[in-house]
Design a protein around this ligand. Structure first.
Ligand code: CP
Length: 523
């Protein structure tokens, strides 16, 4: 049983369980109380010789400065502010090489990173962890200070802490409005999991359609049991009555917008900018929050609101310091739990290559023996390819299988048949060629619901029905379609992509971009 948070990584909010997040929030509350009462706070300070590296490769004020100050709270830690402008990143050094080297300079390291690329912390957790193992150094901890438009988990921690504070630490229910650029804003994406610290969650999404929350996050919220409602503008939201008493605004992320949306940004912004005439439609106890920065021209929360009691964003930003102090206390080994903190990433065990009954194994007889135009004596027949799809799709799938499995050297036949049920299907017949287990696994990710027949001496000896696998990984030909993903070949990190199936979609295990299975093949 493990009771500490040493060597843990916070790449996404889900890297801390709800129990662990509540442990953090309770300790932030305790620390703030102790400081207010001028009590001893030594228990929160990291004891051992720990290096804390602050590595910001994208601009930041709050996250960077609050982390620098939080790191300095830990007087025994060595605080290093990485100078990215003059580092070997500019000489095309990879992330992995850079962090391997930094890991070698302390007994134990905690890295805080902000990057344009997404999924960097997950990659470093694996690769730099291996480096540490090779050299007998403690595996470092990684903290994501915001990666592209993916996640910003420490912002999520400070947001949830702030909501709990407003609720007098009652986590039975929350009703929250998310307002602004929900498409690009990573802080609102993190809410899909972060709000799970509340037992009953209602989320109102307020944004014009061009800036609405990506469907994958809406689906995730609903999977997590949240009630989700969608509105196009603040006006529309308020016209329905009973608005939330917690409003969370995000700025329009112009730097991440495509040309088409950027052109309309000025008009879209009006739909999510608060106005004086709306004030009397708000609940009395309402608080507004914002991860900040607010744009200086036409902010979503106009400055005339600064002196009103609804101003919650300033206290929220200050909480960023306390939350990060405690997170470092945890990852630096100063705070221990009375529950098990062992990370358990469950490997899916689902069978996706399933033996199917062999009806008749005789060559030349009506069913199992005859496959294709030229029945084979020995080899493999791939059948039921893309059954029920258009003939174009079936033929393209047949070509894709041939290309990916490199079936060039086989004197094979392929074609399209009409099944007895009237649906068309493709087949590939491979004389004297048996597919390896790895090839059958690959086939399941290229063309699910296909049948593989192993023919020996004119009889079908083995027959398998293959379904979509729970994970797709370890193949050179797959790639994440997100150009900002650390695994995308354009970023030159030489990392193999991997995907996990969630509700029929394949989610990149680094940047969490959802894919249809056919989108992951880079051919
Ligand atoms: N909220 C936030 O992440 O702000 P910075 O970009 O200034 O760090």
């Amino acid at each position: 049983m493990k009771n500490d948070f040493l060597s843990r990584t916070l790449a996404v909010i889900n890297d801390l369980s709800v129990e662990e997040q509540l442990f953090l929030y309770n300790n932030v509350r305790k620390l703030k109380e102790k400081v207010k009462n001028k009590e001893d706070i030594l228990e929160f300070q990291i004891k051992s010789n720990t290096g804390i590296y602050i590595v910001f490769l994208e601009s930041s004020t709050r996250t960077k400065e609050s982390f620098i100050n939080a790191a300095k709270f830990h007087k025994n830690a060595k605080v290093n502010i990485f100078d990215s402008e003059h580092s070997s990143f500019n000489k095309q050094e990879s992330y992995v090489d850079t962090f391997n080297m930094l890991t070698g300079y302390s007994d134990y390291s905690i890295f805080v990173l902000r990057t344009r690329l997404e999924g960097v912390c997950r990659l470093l957790e694996q690769k730099v962890g291996d480096f540490a193992d090779r050299h007998g150094i403690a595996r470092p901890a990684f903290i994501n200070g915001g990666d592209g438009k993916h996640e910003h988990p420490t912002q999520e921690l400070l947001d949830e802490y702030t909501f709990l504070e407003q609720n007098n630490f009652d986590n039975s229910h929350i009703k929250i409005a998310l307002v602004g650029d929900l498409l690009h804003g990573r802080t609102v994406h993190s809410k899909a999991d972060g709000l799970k610290v509340f037992k009953n969650v209602e989320v109102d999404l307020v944004a014009p359609q061009q800036l609405q929350m990506p469907q994958s996050y809406v689906d995730k919220m609903r999977r997590n049991g949240f009630q989700v409602r969608i509105y196009n503008s603040i006006d529309e939201y308020l016209s329905y009555g009973s608005p939330a008493s917690i409003w969370y605004f995000t700025r329009l992320q112009l730097e991440r917008m495509g040309e088409d949306v950027l052109e309309k940004a000025h008009i879209l912004k009006k739909a999510v900018t608060f106005r004086k005439d709306l004030l009397d439609k708000l609940p009395e106890d309402v608080k507004f929050y914002h991860p900040l920065p607010r744009p200086k021209i036409e902010p979503e929360i106009p400055t005339f609101l600064d002196n009103l009691p609804l101003n919650g964003w300033e206290g929220q930003a200050i909480n960023g310091y306390w939350v990060r102090v405690v997170l470092l206390s945890m990852f630096g080994g100063a705070l221990r739990t009375d529950f098990d903190t062992t990370m358990r990433r469950e490997e899916p065990t689902e069978d996706f290559i399933v033996p199917a009954p062999i009806i008749d194994g005789t060559k030349g007889t009506q069913k199992e023996g005859k496959r294709g135009i030229k029945p084979i004596d020995n080899g493999t027949v791939i059948d039921h390819i893309a059954k029920g799809k258009s003939t174009d799709e079936i033929y393209n799938t047949v070509l894709k299988i041939r290309r990916i499995l490199k079936l060039y050297d086989v004197d094979s036949t392929d074609g399209i048949f009409k099944s007895v049920d009237g649906n068309c299907k493709g087949y590939i017949s491979l004389p004297d060629r048996y597919l390896s287990f790895k090839e059958i696994k690959k086939l399941s990710a290229i063309s699910p619901n296909t049948t593989v027949n192993i023919v020996k001496n004119g009889r079908v000896e083995e027959k398998y029905r293959i379904n979509l696998p729970p994970r797709i990984y370890g193949f050179d030909e797959i790639r994440c379609k997100n150009e900002n993903c650390i695994t995308n070949p354009v970023n030159g990190e030489g990392v193999n992509a991997s995907f996990v199936r969630v509700d029929g979609k394949f989610i990149c295990e680094y940047c969490e971009t959802p894919h249809e299975y056919h989108e992951i093949w880079n051919i």
